[in-house]
Design a protein around this ligand. Structure first.
Ligand code: NAD
Length: 309
């Protein structure tokens, strides 16, 4: 007689705000894990959110969701961190840094007290610096500390190119790399549709990139926060990990001589599988892109140098 063993998959989300709850809801609808845990300093809010989602289970099924505590990180496959202060209108992501580093020093120590071998997925801004800070505080292998990076920016870029060309954005290959923020850059030299390079003129390129870069501010100015697309981006990373996909995603990861840049977390196309970031793709950037990428790295390094890590 064969015995069936059941191993639940658990995703913990720290921060039950706009991003955390929309991510939980997306993971729920897509049945990404059998257990979803919401943790928030405002436990009452996390409880209300979990209860609301539980009432949808008769329509979805197959998932256990609860508002938990850091003990629930034990055995979790992935811990997503969306906790922290969010961007106010007119505020840059770097402005958030000092507030969120303090919060992370507390949260990451609490997580790693109960979990040593999961994957930490960071979304809180400024995401590249906080991913680096998380890597330092946790002492984990950098492959298992991942930031959402420029995956969302790349999605916005692909969406906008697709709209101009009237082509499904899933058929557009294009990447935004570098900081998830003001110093990010579009890799126009490699953007393509089925290997065909894009015939945009300078004005169209500038317009598409400006719309990509300003998308977050535009949404924050109109509805207060961004949530749906980032939730889908986080869900995409979770799927790549739990399904061992080896998918190429522009996540934030520790660079070691990637296009001449080292010792910093930045968004670059990377191969993501069950172990986290398996490999970084060293893109054949042109000289202008290389120098912008280096500038983005230098900018973040100078911010990190002001921190007491
Ligand atoms: P929010 O204010 O709605 O939610 C933040 C939540 O964190 C709140 O529920 C708050 O109670 C909780 N929190 C604060 N301190 C905590 C602590 N010490 N422990 C546990 N929970 C704590 O904000 P949001 O709109 O959900 O945004 C969350 C973060 O995600 C922000 O930093 C935002 O800039 C970032 N974000 C990143 C991306 C990306 O592409 N990486 C996209 C959108 C938003």
């Amino acid at each position: 007689m064969t015995s069936l063993t059941y191993k639940p998959s658990r995703v913990v989300i720290i921060g039950a705000g706009a991003v955390g709850t929309t991510t939980a809801y997306t993971l729920l609808l897509r049945h990404r894990a059998t257990e979803l845990v919401l943790i928030d300093v405002n436990h009452k809010k996390a409880m209300g959110e979990a209860l609301d989602m539980n009432h949808g289970l008769p329509f979805v099924g197959g998932v256990k969701i609860w508002a938990g505590d850091y003990e629930d990180c034990a055995g979790a496959d992935i811990i997503i961190v969306t906790a922290g202060a969010s961007q106010k209108p007119g505020e840059t992501r770097i402005d958030l840094l000092k507030r969120n580093v303090g919060i992370f020093q507390d949260i990451i120590q609490k997580i790693t007290k109960y979990n040593r071998d999961g994957i930490l997925l960071i979304a809180t801004n400024p995401v590249d610096i906080l991913s680096y800070v998380t890597w330092k505080i946790s002492g984990w292998d950098a492959r298992r500390v991942i930031g959402s990076g420029t995956l969302l920016d790349s999605a916005r870029f692909r969406y906008l190119i697709g709209s101009h060309k009237e082509i499904d954005p899933r058929s557009i290959h294009g990447h935004i790399i570098g900081e998830h923020g003001d110093s990010e850059l579009p890799v126009w030299s490699l953007a393509n549709i089925a290997g065909t390079s894009l015939d945009f003129d300078e004005t169209e390129r500038n317009e598409i990139f400006a719309d990509t870069k300003n998308a977050a501010s535009e949404i924050i100015n109109s509805k207060g926060s961004t949530s749906y697309a980032i939730a889908l981006a986080l869900d995409r990373i979770v799927a790549a990990i739990l399904l061992n996909e080896s998918a190429v995603l522009s996540v934030s990861t520790l660079l070691q001589d990637t296009n001449g840049v080292s010792d910093i977390y930045l968004g670059v196309p990377s191969i993501v599988d069950r172990r986290g970031v398996r490999e970084i793709l060293d893109l054949p950037l042109n000289d202008e892109e290389k120098s912008l990428f280096k500038r983005s790295a230098d900018l973040l390094k100078s911010e990190i140098s002001k921190l007491d890590l």
